[in-house]
Write a protein that binds this ligand. Sequence first.
Ligand code: PHE
Length: 494
Amino acid sequence: MDADALLNPERRMLRVMQQKENHEWTLEEILSACEWTDQAVAVGAGHGLSNTGLVNTSESSSALVRLADEGLKAKENGLLEARIWNWLSKSDTPDMKGLQSEFERHEAGPGVGLLKRLGVQLENGVFTSANPSDVSTKIEARTAFLHQLPAASESLDGELLEHFKSRRGLIESVISTTRTWNITPKGQSVEPESLQEKQSISEITTELLQSDAWKDADYRPFDVTLESATPRTGRSHPMQALIERVRSIFLEMGFSELVDDYVQTAGWNMDALFIPQDHPAREMQDTFYLENPKSIDLPKHLTDAWGAIHEHGGETGSVGWGGDFSADTSKKGLLRTHTTVNTIQYLAEHPKEACRVFSVDRVFRKEAIDRTHLPEFHQIEGIIMEEGANLQMLVTTLKTFYAKMGYPEVRVRPAYFPYTEPSLEIEVKWRGKWLELGGAGIFRPEVTEPLGISSPVLAWGMGLERLAMLVLGLDDIRQLYISDLEWLRNQPIL
Ligand code: PHE
């Protein structure tokens, strides 16, 4: 047996135990023979020696009965029945009235009950007892019982134990563990010389490093394979952490963040984006329209401009969608179905200034909840407006974003949105498969002209929860929002 790996307390304990081969050591014996005062040191050393098979540990648990809060008070001031009995024996007026003036109501009531059960009677308001010495004996036995505690439950009088168990707060029972140790043949065969305690260093200090002593010092080894408790500290929800990460990537790429309301008009959410008024996505089945505000006013010049574009293309050379445009439909209040509703308004307010703007925010669609759909989710939205902006720049920006997120393989495919031309779908490669994460494109003249926007606008909108599923390796989107603490604790730091 190699004693090298033993810690100093283990060496000392084994050395002590080698002196009495067939002895069962109690904790007290170990403490005194090793000259220790701390029980934890002895228990720890015993545990270490057991693990290496040098000693055997026997554990036995027993129930220990001790005084609880009320019991401690009763030991100090006397049991309630003792105090009342004492008073009765001395009082000139041993009646209910006297009792009530001497003891508070919360004691008088239960006190009478206790005495009755001890054989004291209450006749016409006066307390009498057929056998006063029997009452005294019983009360003394109860008092003596309390003074015996703490004690092992088997050593106590069963009847009195049951009696006190039935009374609130007087006694309680705790489990206590007793350990004993005896040395094994393997422990006995360890060379006593190898059990010398060594000066080993368990803490590296500046002084040690500054001197030369560290070179020849003996270091206490750490067992990194031992089980240990995982520290639990507060932390961000993974969705919040992901939002922060997305945010910092766009900020780093020179974008400014836009935060805006999610109560919007159909006009900005759809008409401004040249989504036809009879488009199926506008139906109640897809969009949450509001009861309050049912309608939100819009300036007439806007509804007129959108009307002209939708009906015949306005000044853009487009032929529009035809049909009749309704300004009332434009004014309907709704919960935004995409964050493009906010970037388009930003552009309307700053039609001539080049910009890079993003948002990470909540949108709403009337979806049935399933593995990949939620009625409330988040979009990562962005626009770049500047002279000469082009498709290449759009694709590069999106690729850069996903590369910074840790997904270098990105491809785009042709797609369709009523408000962009050309339009793209963005796909990211994950575990060998291409996954669609969002849409993008360049705003059409039908969108930009009525607002007086002069330069090309690159735009995109991507699903945040979709991205979260990739980052966290989920196959059910609902996992993100069910507040499963165990799962939340085990998520990686993003
Ligand atoms: N708004 C689109 C969506 O919700 C995404 C998109 C944004 C597409 C901007 C093109 C341009 O899916």
